[in-house]
Write a protein that binds this ligand. Structure first.
Ligand code: ZN
Ligand code: ZN
Length: 635
């Protein structure tokens, strides 16, 4: 007699053996009914398996009819592990392949931790792991970011003599890199006798994720062979690390070497275009992706909407949005936010009920857009209503951005005291953006005292941001408190805070031209200043008076006017009027908030020159046309 199952005795089949069923396979076929056949296939626990086993013995059926993968998965994490082992031995099945199947299923399921448990179980029962075992368990460790068990598997790999297996080596490098153990990853990488493109890609992807663009780029240059993944990792990395220019440059190089971008590459480079405001390239990539069959791709459409909005082309964004057959909450939120920052608050608010009607549930981002729309339009009661509805109707707990929008809304409308009370009652700690919003309101409504309160908090929360000091200094200047303004400037100088230089950029015929305040370095500098002087003559005829209160310094009026006329956005505008065709929309990007004087000047110029001028400043878009701005002078 062959061995008896110790656990088989539990269900009263102690006297039965494997051999009985196995030997009489052919004659048993008639004995099993459909119901019985089901019962030995659909067992869900070790005890049900035992019942099936008993039935097979009773009907003299071979154990081979048992679904062995099910045997493995039912027993894997239970004390019946050895029972399953015996079944595998009996039917002459290599048990390792069964457990590996099981491991892979666990890794792919929502509970990769089970894979690690099974690995321990296998070790306890002396199942010798092979390279697949190690690879699956390593995958589980990556999913769990479990470097502890990863190291155990790594030790096994060495013990089993598998340390030259490239796939395993890659998996281990990947594990260390994902778990933030970049030094260990690099150490292993350096020691590897052989590497492939996967190894290099792992390293550059993870370096990029850590924001180490320099090392990643160095590796990218060094690597002997690059595939689409390598290029995409670099382009997305640059785009995500705030280096959109490098992302775009690399994308161009990738095109030169003849590689075709995939969806991920396109999304990354479009995001970079959005950051740069590179509309021309964005349009080119748009038509390229349409030609490549990505026209209906939701993710690409969402990125295109974002790109067009950030490049100041609201209409193009809207056309894409309307053309989408299926939209996600991201599409709706992006469009609402886009309309809001472009000064189309009413249209943003109209889109919201349409979104709800289409069956979409708004999320946090949608409400940031909605509240931004209310804030930019000065719609106080609507803003309050949406803020309340957010939690009441949609269960969304307001986060700091929403509070920031509300403070912005109240401050802009001059309800500074109420904004201050609102901040004091916030359940979360107000951040610099919240106090910055109240400071902005103090500037518009000329409230020096509240500005000083806001500043005392800002000095603590964001001491290195020179923008706030400048706003306060401007508030002092406007109140003609020159001493305080001078003190502010002195403080900034002494604490090493230099005023961020105003910088505006504009793309003409594919080339980006940058201007800083007072710039004389441009080859066309003489013509630019001449153009500006001519414009000023026309503007003065229409009643333009330089608004010197925005100049920080206590100096002669004439000097202030000169300083004012050299603001970077004015230089960029004069330059583009010289170098573009009549009728072309002018798009200027500015790193700071546009000042009151430039704003007034641009309105007049849009009328005098019959040009549409779009300015993206740090906070929003201004679309100047026929003498007025889309922000309705409320920014
Ligand atoms: Zn200005
Ligand atoms: Zn405006």
């Amino acid at each position: 007699m062959y061995c008896l199952f110790p656990s088989a005795s539990l269900c009263g089949i102690a006297s039965m053996s494997f051999e009985q069923g196995h030997g009489l396979q052919t004659s048993s076929k008639l004995v099993l009914g459909a119901q019985e056949a089901d019962s030995f296939r659909n067992f869900k626990s070790p005890s049900e398996l035992q019942q099936a086993h008993a039935l097979l013995i009773k009907t003299r059926t071979s154990l081979r009819v048992l679904p062995l993968l099910r045997v493995a998965s039912v027993c894997a994490l239970t004390p019946s592990f050895s029972y399953a082992q015996q079944i595998f031995h009996h039917v002459e099945q290599r048990e390792i392949s069964m457990w590996n199947h099981c491991l892979r299923n666990f890794v792919e399921s929502d509970s990769p931790w089970d894979a690690i448990l099974l690995f321990h179980q296998m070790r306890r029962h002396n199942v010798f792991p092979d390279c697949f075992t190690c690879s699956f368990v390593l995958n589980a460790c990556v999913k769990l970011l479990d470097v502890f068990h990863g190291r155990i598997v790594h030790a096994f790999v060495v013990k089993l003599g598998l340390q030259f297996n490239l796939v395993l080596q890659n998996a281990i490098v990947h594990l260390y890199a994902c778990c933030g153990q970049m030094n260990d990853a690099a150490l292993l990488f350096d020691k590897m006798p052989q590497r492939d493109v996967v190894t290099w890609n792992t390293m550059i992807t993870q370096l990029m994720k850590k924001g180490d663009t320099e090392s990643a780029y160095k590796m990218f240059v060094e690597m002997p062979e690059r595939n689409l993944r390598s290029w995409t990792a670099m382009i997305s990395g640059f785009a995500q690390c705030g280096k959109p220019k490098q992302a775009v440059d690399l994308f161009m190089k990738m095109e030169e070497v003849g590689l075709k971008p995939n969806e991920v590459t396109l999304v990354a480079v479009l995001a970079a275009c959005a950051d740069l405001g590179a509309l021309d390239l964005g349009i080119r990539i748009h038509s390229y992706s349409d030609n490549r069959g990505f026209e209906g791709n939701i993710q690409i459409c969402n990125t295109l909407i974002d790109m067009y909005i950030k490049c100041g082309s609201l209409k193009a964004a809207y056309d894409i949005f309307r053309g989408m057959k299926k939209r996600t909450v991201i599409s709706w939120s992006a469009m609402i936010q886009g309309l809001a920052i472009h000064g189309k608050g009413n249209e943003a608010l109209e889109l919201f009920p349409e979104m709800i009607r289409s069956g979409m549930t708004p999320n946090e981002v949608t409400f940031v857009g909605i509240l931004t729309a209310c804030s930019h339009m000065g719609l106080i009661s609507e803003g309050r209503a949406f803020f309340a509805s957010m939690t009441r109707d949609y269960g969304i707990i307001p986060c700091i951005e929403h509070y920031g929008c509300m403070v912005d809304l109240l401050s802009r409308s001059g309800l500074l005291q109420e904004a201050y009370e609102f901040i004091k009652q916030m359940p979360i700690k107000p951040n610099a953006a919240v106090w910055g919003a109240i400071l902005g309101g103090c500037k518009v409504h000329k409230n020096v005292e509240m500005a000083e309160v806001a500043m005392s908090h800002l000095q603590e929360l964001d001491p290195k941001n020179d923008g706030y000091y400048i706003v306060l200094a401007n508030i002092y200047s406007e109140a003609k408190r020159w001493d305080d303004a001078a003190k502010m400037r002195k403080f900034m100088r002494n604490s090493g805070l230099m005023k961020t230089l105003g910088c505006s950029s504009i793309t003409v015929k594919g080339t980006v031209h940058e201007f800083v305040a007072g710039d004389e370095s441009h080859p066309q500098s003489v013509e630019i200043y001449k153009m500006w002087n001519q414009l000023q003559v026309h503007m003065r005829l229409k009643g333009y008076q330089p608004n010197t209160s925005v100049v920080l310094l206590d100096m002669e009026e004439k000097e202030k006017e000169k300083l004012l006329s050299r603001h970077s956005e004015k230089l960029a505008l004069a330059f583009s009027l010289i170098n573009t065709q009549h009728g072309e929309t002018i798009r200027i990007f500015k790193n700071l908030r546009i000042c009151e004087d430039c704003h007034a000047a641009f309105k007049l110029i849009s009328e005098i020159m019959r040009r549409k001028i779009v300015v993206r400043d740090r906070n929003r878009f201004h679309c100047f046309e026929d003498g007025s701005c889309s922000c309705m002078d409320y920014w």
